[in-house]
Design a protein around this ligand. Sequence first.
Ligand SMILES: [Zn+2]
Length: 73
Amino acid sequence: MEAASTPTRRELGMHEMWCGADTSGEPVWHVLTPDRTSTLCGVEKEEESPRRHTTDRHCFSCMQSFQAVVASR
Ligand SMILES: [Zn+2]
C-alpha cells in the first residue's frame, strides 16, 4: 500500500488546507471541503486558533479522500 503523498498546490485547486487537531489532539493538516465548513475526513472546522500551529503531518483520511477526488477527475 502506497503512502499518501502531499498534494501540490495545483492539485489542491479550490480546496484549502486547514491545520487542526487529529483524534489524538496532535496538529495535522486537513483538507477542507470546497465550502470550507468542514474537512474531507468529516471534522468540523473550528475557528482559527490565535496561536498558529505548524506541522509537517497531514491527515491521512483527508489525503486519501482528496486523492480519490483528484483521481476521479
Ligand atoms: Zn482530516
